[in-house]
Design a protein around this ligand. Structure first.
Ligand code: MN
Length: 214
């Protein structure tokens, strides 16, 4: 994944219609080729004027933004967040026939929630609770799975929190199919989650925690 300026919009890892009937082709096309592309173009345009920042990785912008000049903090946080959040979201989905529940990650979920249904209920409530535009997230915090939300294109990335799943609840993610209804969009999304990626991200979060504390 290209992590440095100039950022390019890498293709989706599946066809635009691969998530049908749960997420429609037109939504995927607009979401990837127009919405994500705009964040990439805007981020490149800002960085073009600031060569000293062209060596920062995408993730650095997300957790080092307080080190940026004050006038750039919000614009870069918005644009870099828009790039990271969308790539993360698109990567974690797969055609419904490839979306198998992974028993290892379910075991982890059951350590922190009553059961898988309780976890999914809480994730749904989080997604529905976002007022306006934002994301629902599953993060690893101090070795534990947690659900959280962010507004706009903010991310929960900091020293203690590593995201492993996000759901884009901006209306552009579901409006063409579900109009104003976020709840059936959530139900559809459950059919296209790549649980193997969730497991992989969980293990990466756990091992980076061990490295940084050793
Ligand atoms: Mn989006």
């Amino acid at each position: 994944m290209n992590d440095y300026y100039p950022f390019i919009n890498t293709p989706l890892p599946y066809a635009y219609d691969a998530l049908e009937p749960y997420i429609d082709q037109k939504t995927m096309y607009l979401h990837h080729d127009c919405h994500l592309q705009t964040y990439i173009d805007n981020l490149n345009a800002i960085l073009k004027e600031h060569p000293d920042l062209q060596t920062w990785s995408l993730k650095e912008f997300l957790y080092r933004w307080p080190d940026l000049p004050p006038s750039l903090q919000i614009p870069i946080r918005n644009q870099a967040g828009g790039v990271f959040n969308h790539r993360f979201f698109f990567e974690e989905m797969a055609p419904p026939e490839e979306s198998y529940i992974d028993l290892d990650i379910v075991k982890e979920i059951e350590k922190n929630f009553t059961d898988l249904n309780d976890f999914l209920d809480q994730l749904r409530q989080a997604a529905l609770s976002v007022f306006g535009s934002g994301y629902a997230w599953v993060v690893v915090e101090q070795g534990k799975l947690k659900i959280t939300t962010t507004a706009n294109q903010n991310t929960p990335i900091d020293e203690n929190m590593t995201p492993i799943l996000n759901l884009d609840v901006w209306e552009h993610a579901y409006y063409l199919k579900h109009y104003n209804l976020r709840s059936p969009y959530f139900d559809d999304w459950l059919h296209v989650i790549r649980w193997d990626i969730l497991k992989q991200r969980f293990h990466e979060a756990m091992s980076s925690k061990t490295e940084s504390s050793s």
